[in-house]
Design a protein around this ligand. Structure first.
Ligand code: GDP
Ligand code: GDP
Length: 455
């Protein structure tokens, strides 16, 4: 499971600044679910081979009435769900009553917390340490988020103990490179294929995730279904269908009681993000009656960033007027262009309509995501593409692209070697990506292209 780090502190201590630095605002997703005092940001970040999720929990002002009243429910939930808390204080402003209140809360909750003294560009770091030692959370880690100082030391403390990303990933990548020259394209099962395809059912509250999970499981024979889940953990449900193995990652918290499944959990962004990270394929559920809303786009952006294979399910398609349906379809085309590689299904989880068809897309996108393509094949496609459209001249010299090999799977990573590769325009990369997608018939998965060799 990817570790989760929460940034906590009163307003203006520099949480957003640190958040942006850690995530490079690459894929910050802003969640505005009911009950939040201000937009909460979630992002994926990487440090020394470790992927982690970082949450900016928003400001805790902690005035007179006690902390619980001041912290939005989601904010508290984020602290509860975090593996570690970075508690930020402002060295320039010095210690305040709010800081003491937050420290007290973290101590009470017995949270793995690190005291982070920000803005040490304005004061002596030693003074900052002394200033905040009464908080009783140990020596403050001095940083200047705005200038990138002290970040490595801070991350070492907070993340050093977590294992690096799946060693299996590296193994897979190595294996991918080993596919010999001249070999036919072939399918080497990835490690996850043995356990079946891991499918995460993702979506905003009330779009119909639990109904869909029930529907999918109700139809099939559930082999094992007995896992204690906490608020934070999704439930993993292995099952078989037409002799194919799957594991459903259920974020909606469906529980079996007797023979009925019922939803008992409330929505958790952290759980959602972790499930996406852990899945091979995401079934992204939207409510056709509400159309495409901002939160959907935020979550989809995160799915895209992680590179997971994607199938979109427009739920509650039952009982909609033809004119409404047309409107939704136009909306989809207009707003979901950035995930246009994904199949879209119009379903009714309630009545079961269209649910069976999801499996075909799940399987195709999974195969697309994990197939190993030999170097010879990828290079041939590159050569043909270059012949059809030359890359542009840079300073009077033509960019040279020599060969390509597979650097990873789920999502497929195509590594292209050549000269002046740092000058390849975005439009040309898109052209190559589209060519690979078309020739290799890749559906339902993003493709990553990476260049090696500059000058
Ligand atoms: P948040 O409310 O905790 O998210 O705080 P922000 O990230 O919005 O920062 C509040 C203010 O502190 C902004 O004006 C930042 O530019 C400033 N700030 C953040 N980090 C630093 C730092 O390392 N040094 C200094 N001098 N100012 C900083
Ligand atoms: P979740 O919060 O995403 O797990 O959503 P639920 O599965 O709890 O569904 C929320 C509400 O939408 C419930 O009242 C469901 O009965 C209803 N619902 C779910 N799927 C459908 C559907 O396909 N059609 C209609 N009309 N209602 C649905």
């Amino acid at each position: 499971m990817v570790p989760v780090i929460a940034l906590v502190g009163r307003p203006n201590v520099g949480k957003s600044t640190l958040f942006n630095r850690l995530t490079k605002t690459r894929n910050a997703i802003v969640a505005e679910y009911a009950g939040l005092t201000r937009d909460r940001q979630y992002g994926e970040a990487k440090w020394q081979g470790r992927t982690y999720i970082v949450i900016d929990t928003g400001g805790i002002s902690g005035d007179e009435e006690g902390i619980d009243a001041k912290m939005a429910e989601q904010s508290l939930q984020a602290i509860e769900e975090a593996d570690a808390v970075l508690f930020m204080v402002d060295s320039r402003a010095g210690m305040t009553a709010s800081d003491q209140m937050i420290a007290e809360h973290l101590r009470k909750r017995n949270k793995r917390s690190f005291l982070v003294a920000n803005k040490v560009d304005t004061v002596d770091p030693d003074l900052a340490r002394a200033e905040f030692s009464p908080l009783g959370l140990g020596d403050a880690l001095p940083i200047a988020a705005a200038h990138g100082r002290g970040i490595t030391g801070m991350l070492q403390a907070a993340l050093g103990e977590f294992p690096r990303d799946d060693a299996a990933d590296e193994e897979e990548a190595a294996q991918a490179e080993e596919v010999a020259e001249g070999e036919e394209a072939k399918r080497i099962p990835g490690p996850s294929e043995k356990d079946g395809i891991k499918i995460a059912i993702i979506g905003r509250p009330n779009v119909g995730k639990s109904t869909l999970v029930n529907r999918m499981l109700g139809e099939e024979r559930v082999i094992v279904y007995d896992q204690a889940g906490t608020t934070r953990d999704s439930i993993y449900i292995p099952f078989e269908r037409n002799e194919e193995k799957y594991t459903l990652i259920d974020t909606a918290g469906v529980r079996r009681r007797g023979k009925i499944f019922e939803a008992v959990e409330k929505f958790s962004v952290v759980k959602t993000l972790q499930a996406i990270q852990d899945a091979n394929v995401v079934i992204f559920v939207m409510d056709a009656r509400e159309g495409v809303v901002e939160h959907d786009l935020n979550l989809l952006g995160f799915v895209l960033e992680t590179g997971r294979a994607l199938v979109i399910a427009l739920n509650k398609w039952d009982g909609m007027e033809p004119s409404e349906r047309d409107y939704v379809k136009t909306e989809l085309e207009r707003r979901l262009f950035f995930v246009d590689f994904a199949d879209i299904h119009f379903i009714s989880a309630l009545h079961g309509t269209g649910v069976g068809h999801l499996y075909k897309s799940v399987q195709e996108s999974f195969r697309s995501a994990i197939t190993r393509w030999p170097t010879s094949r990828l290079t041939q496609i590159l050569e043909d593409a270059v012949q059809e459209h030359q890359p542009p001249l840079v300073n009077g010299r033509r960019i040279k692209l020599r060969y390509a090999h597979l650097g990873g799977a789920n999502p497929p990573l195509i590594v292209i070697h050549g000269n002046q590769t740092e000058s390849v325009p975005k439009s040309y990369s898109r052209y190559l990506e589209n060519t690979y997608r078309r020739v290799l018939k890749l559906v339902g998965t993003p493709i990553r292209i990476e260049y090696k060799g500059g000058e």
